[in-house]
Design a protein around this ligand. Structure first.
Ligand code: FAD
Length: 290
């Protein structure tokens, strides 16, 4: 008999397909070509985190390097977005730094962008420190900062002062109330405060959200401050809004995850929207009928 967990996983996989390009590099590149055809840049991310095996880490690094060299050949503008725990941070920082240097070297030959995803707060310090060590050597290196963390106000000010390139997100990880804003209102208010700082003092940044209120706020700010910025959204989310923003003349990038390790990413996306949970429920019930 098929277990309930297996059925649940199958139902979740059915829903997750909209968010994930597929299992392979080719799937990711095909999806990137489609984004580019629709006038968006592509930011490719290999799913997976907290790798401890040296072999998995080195395969992940090689995959990012292959993607970086293939993007230009595929005539796609964009880059990659990396979690440091997938390229060695869980093993040791020296190895992670060396791996990131290798990825940046590949990116620099074709001048592609490299973003560092921000993971849970256990890794914020290390991610920022590693970013600070490397971004002066490669101008097309950016870092995500999370509006749900109370510390981000200071991190943002510091990074902007040093010319850092920021992707502002709300934050996808469950954090303690001691260090994080917990309610949607608090997080949204902080996002708007930080976004204003970006428009006033930053340059070349990403407004990474699907939230219409915030997006409209960014549009208003862009009329007052002429800054190089782009909207960044996840593959499969707010697909009706992306072409409208492009039509208005804004730059939009699509974040494209791929790989077999799809479960943690999909659970994070599920939790972000009640309707997705309802969809999962009905899909699960449907799968039990057959
Ligand atoms: C390009 C990009 C990169 C990111 N990188 C990171 C990172 O490095 N670190 C990190 O912690 N987080 C990252 N995130 C995730 C982010 O922190 C949020 O968890 C996620 O974007 C949901 O927040 P929201 O801004 O869309 O606002 P929300 O308040 O969650 O949603 C606002 C509205 O957007 C729509 N929406 C949001 N999510 C969904 C969904 N799953 N399905 C359908 N509609 C939805 C709904 O209309 C919703 O009302 C990234 C997000 C983006 C877009």
């Amino acid at each position: 008999m098929v277990s309930v967990t297996r059925l649940m996983e199958k139902a979740l996989m059915g829903i997750a397909k909209q968010w994930i390009a597929g299992d392979t590099i080719n799937d990711a590149l095909n999806s990137a070509r489609l984004s580019y055809k629709n006038r968006m840049n592509a930011i490719i991310n290999k799913l997976g985190e907290y790798h401890t095996s040296k072999k998995i880490v080195s395969n992940t690094v090689k995959e990012y390097q292959t993607i970086l060299s293939s993007l230009r050949k595929s005539r796609v503008e964009g880059g990659v977005s990396i979690k440091l725990t997938q390229i060695g941070l869980t093993r040791n920082r020296k190895e992670c730094l060396q791996n990131l240097r290798g990825i940046i070297k590949s990116a620099s030959t074709t001048h592609e962008f490299v973003w560092l995803d921000m993971e849970s707060s256990d890794h914020t310090d290390e991610t920022i420190e590693i970013y600070q060590r490397l971004f002066t050597r490669y101008e097309r290196l950016g870092i995500a900062l999370q509006a749900n963390l109370k510390r981000t106000k200071n991190d943002l000010a510091d990074l902007i002062n040093h010319g850092g390139k920021i992707r502002l997100v709300k934050g996808a990880y469950k954090e303690n109330a001691r260090i994080a804003f917990k309610s949607k209102k608090e997080v949204d208010d902080n996002y708007i405060r930080l976004m204003k700082v970006l428009f006033k003092k930053g340059n070349e940044f990403g407004i990474a959200t699907h939230d219409s209120v915030i997006i409209n706020g960014a549009i208003s700010l862009s009329k007052k401050y002429e800054k190089k910025f782009e909207f960044q959204m996840l593959k499969g989310i707010r697909n009706e809004l992306k072409p409208k923003l492009i039509q208005k003349g804004f730059n939009v990038s699509e974040y494209i995850p791929y790989g077999t390790n799809w479960l943690p990413y999909s659970i994070r996306r599920m939790k972000e929207r009640k309707r997705n949970i309802l969809l999962l429920g009905s899909s699960f019930i449907h799968s039990q009928r057959v």
